[in-house]
Design a protein around this ligand. Sequence first.
Ligand code: NAD
Length: 390
Amino acid sequence: MRSIVASSERNQVKPVRYGIVGTGYFGAEIGRYLVSRSDAVVSAVHDPQNAENVAAELGARSVGSPAELCAAEDVDAVVVASPNWAHREPVVLAARSGKAVFCEKPIALSYEDCLAMLDETRRAGVLLMAGHVMNFMSGVRRARSLIEEGAIGDVLFCRAVRNGWEGPQPSLNWKKQRKLSGGHLYHHIHELDFVQSIMGPARIATMVGGNVAHQGRGSGDEEDILVITLEFDGDRFAALEYGSAFRWPEHHVLIQGTEGAIRIDLQDPGCELRTPDRTERFLLHRSRAEDDERRAIYSGSETDGAVMYGDPDRRPPLWLRGIIEEELAYFHDLVQGGAPSEEFAALTDGSAAAASIATADALTLSLSDSRKVPVESVINAAERSPSLPV
Ligand SMILES: NC(=O)c1ccc[n+]([C@@H]2O[C@H](COP(=O)([O-])OP(=O)(O)OC[C@H]3O[C@@H](n4cnc5c(N)ncnc54)[C@H](O)[C@@H]3O)[C@@H](O)[C@H]2O)c1
């Protein structure tokens, strides 16, 4: 796809010039990380509400549309951090301008959109990286490498839970509106992506749930309880829960193998491997300080601690800045010609994004039709229907 440049040569190449579409809470922070590097600048930003201040802070100019940003001669690579519903257009425009693109999660709210984005970037021969940032948590990386080296044998079952309580909001943010965010399942695609990255793509998807406790003023229309089962080839299963109607907050992933198990706790941060003859505890994030800060935030919150309502002036916590840094450093290296590592290959070859959105769509269909849905049926239907152009 791209030439591989030796790292000594790369050190001498010109700074990468970025454009950012969407400079709210997350896009502004990504921009801050990029401009902190000596080999990156942010040339342009586009945001209908928050562009001016962020542009001034980053030393960028504010432009009037994603099309203008993507076409700009002083933009080499595009970061898309607009609301979930507004990812397809800038990704396609970036591809058509021959620019590498990093797109926040969930990259799309339908498999059809996801395919269109993957097709455009593949056709243009440009890099598309999905912002599945959980992959960059130190504890997740350690868990994955333990599983790969056979420490827990064959994985039979995963359970991922991301539950909390949210009260009415003073104003209704896009994150609480099903059509704009996709609801908890799409907005928090991390756990689904992680489970499938361990077990492979699910074959059969089943979901029950609904909006049971969030009606009226200050409440959105997303489902606040989602209970999911996934069936995989070879008699393997997963169970996931998501929602904001749970008074006892929980956020963890448990991976059960034939020889042992690993628990990744994102609520009371820390990870543990258990086998009959071995126990290993390791951090969730890069340092004790990052884990402790996350613990303090989560223990003082009824939610799963992770829903932030857009504001570019609100800095993410240390642990979140840490994984943004790891993730964007990886993207930056690829833009400069670095080779994708096997560990993160699924984030740039389209497979993680496609598998996540296909299964999320199958689960959505399962909920609406009250039936088990083969994920393949979603994939086949999208591949048969020609996608509308942007
Ligand atoms: N990886 C993570 O852990 C993580 C965390 C937070 C957010 N995100 C993702 O980042 C993206 C942005 O989330 P956020 O928390 O910054 O939300 P936010 O509401 O703070 O920011 C979104 C920004 O996009 C702007 N915007 C609205 N419509 C737009 C459009 N059509 N084109 C361009 N910009 C537009 C808004 O004005 C706002 O400034 C979302 O996709 C979200 O899922 C990821």
